[in-house]
Design a protein around this ligand. Structure first.
Ligand code: ASP
Ligand code: MG
Length: 407
């Protein structure tokens, strides 16, 4: 049995007209000889509406009940779409997460998938040509409903593809694929034909929103090729797959950015063992993700520590840091929200030197000051003033030749 997993996002199932387009894509899968597992998101705007409802009812909505509530968005989508399939004479049925089951841990709102037993689905695929599965949701071992975090239907789809040994996972959305950068900011942004898992992971974690980051982690781990494409066109889309020599030939594959950054600095910290632990321990206990970190060199036995967090976590971070400052003797806790992060990403960097220098001199030419730098094997990230972000995206995109069609 050849199985294809196809996932459709909220804008693809927004209304009847869109769902009819989805039906055509599912039909193509069937015509190519596949049984189709179709994973759906909630209809566009629905998850936000449900979350708003929760906050209307409670100032601190119970996380487990919140999951029961928001997971209903996908239930509506799968029921409506299954009706369309049946009316079209296609053997199909809907399935909620717990009916499969998709077993997750108990972290409400951002649960991780532990296990999917593909056997039940394979059995159901003997009597059906299409299974319509609710994305974004799962169930704990003891039967409570969970959700996987915003954008989590991508992860449901890739995890199902892995569990079913599907040859590919198609992620249908409202854009033609993954772009070298955001076309709304840089008009010469190009669609990428093929990108490696590692590059996609960096793109997703550095701010590109097209795929849920955990879906890429799953895809990499289980070697599932992920095909990002549009419900509304026949464009071949972007293939996210294992690295190959064509990808290495490019120095930089994409420019990603993230405005959701706030910079926090503790000044005048004593430069002694245990200071980093005293700062980052409480942040990690509070579930706050720290992104870039820089510690200055010591002067007179004192040092500064600067790091970035998401803006939504700033207030909590500052409260915690005031406490850390009291305990460690730091002289000041400063912060800045007018900052943004920009990254150049590419597996080609592994074998080429000078990429960072080129990025820095490009920014310098426009008088853009670099506030922080971090690098990995395949990424250079700088923090800059937010007002320069769009300019920086365009000049870096240009410097690395991303508008040339050589992919
Ligand atoms: N409906 C959920 C959300 O809006 C999950 C998803 O669409 O992937 O985040
Ligand atoms: Mg999405």
């Amino acid at each position: 049995m050849k199985i294809l997993v196809q996932k459709f996002g909220g804008t693809s199932v927004a209304n009847l007209e869109c769902m009819r387009k989805v039906l055509l894509k599912v039909r193509q899968g069937l015509d190519n000889g596949y049984k189709v597992v179709c994973v759906l998101s909630a209809r566009a705007g629905e998850t936000n509406r449900l979350l708003a409802l929760a906050s209307e009812w409670s100032q601190t909505p119970d996380p487990a009940e919140s999951d029961v509530l928001v997971s209903t968005g996908e239930q509506v989508s799968i029921a409506l779409f299954s009706m369309l399939l049946k009316d079209a004479g296609i053997r199909a049925r809907s399935l909620l997460g717990w009916q499969i089951p998709i077993i997750t841990d108990a972290t409400s709102g951002s649960a991780r998938i532990h296990e999917i037993n593909g056997d039940k689905l394979k059995k159901l695929l003997e009597e059906n040509d299409v299974l319509v599965v609710a994305g974004f949701q799962g169930m704990t071992e003891d039967g409570r409903i969970t959700t996987l975090g915003r954008g989590g239907s991508d992860t449901s789809a890739v995890a199902l593809a892995a569990a079913l040994d599907s040859c590919e996972c198609e992620i249908f959305t409202d854009v033609n694929g993954v772009y070298t950068t955001d076309p709304n900011i840089c008009s010469s942004a190009r669609k990428i034909d093929k990108i490696s898992y590692d590059e996609m992971l960096e793109m997703a974690s550095q701010g590109a929103k097209v795929l849920h980051i955990r879906s890429v982690e799953f895809a990499k781990k289980y070697k599932v090729p992920v095909h990002v494409r549009s419900t509304f066109s026949d464009d071949p889309g972007t293939l996210v797959t294992q690295e190959d020599s064509t990808m290495e030939a490019l120095l930089v594959s994409g420019i990603a950015f993230d405005k959701d950054q706030a910079r926090v600095t503790l000044h005048g910290l004593p430069d002694v063992p245990g200071i980093a632990a005293a700062i980052f321990g409480p942040l990690s206990e509070a579930g706050i993700l720290v992104d870039m970190i820089v510690q200055n060199t010591s002067q007179d036995g004192h040092t500064d520590m600067t790091f970035t967090v998401s803006r939504k976590d700033l207030k909590k971070t500052l409260d915690l840091m005031e406490d850390v400052a009291r305990k460690t003797g730091a002289t000041e806790v400063a912060h800045d929200v007018n900052v943004a992060k920009i990254s150049a990403i590419g597996v080609g960097m592994r074998n080429h030197s000078g990429v960072a220098a080129r990025a820095f001199s490009t920014l310098n030419r426009e008088g853009i000051n670099i506030l922080m730098i971090s690098t990995s094997e395949i990424k250079i990230t700088v923090l800059i003033e937010e007002k320069y972000l769009e300019l920086a995206v365009r000049i870096l995109h240009d410097t690395f030749g991303l508008d040339w069609d050589i992919n």
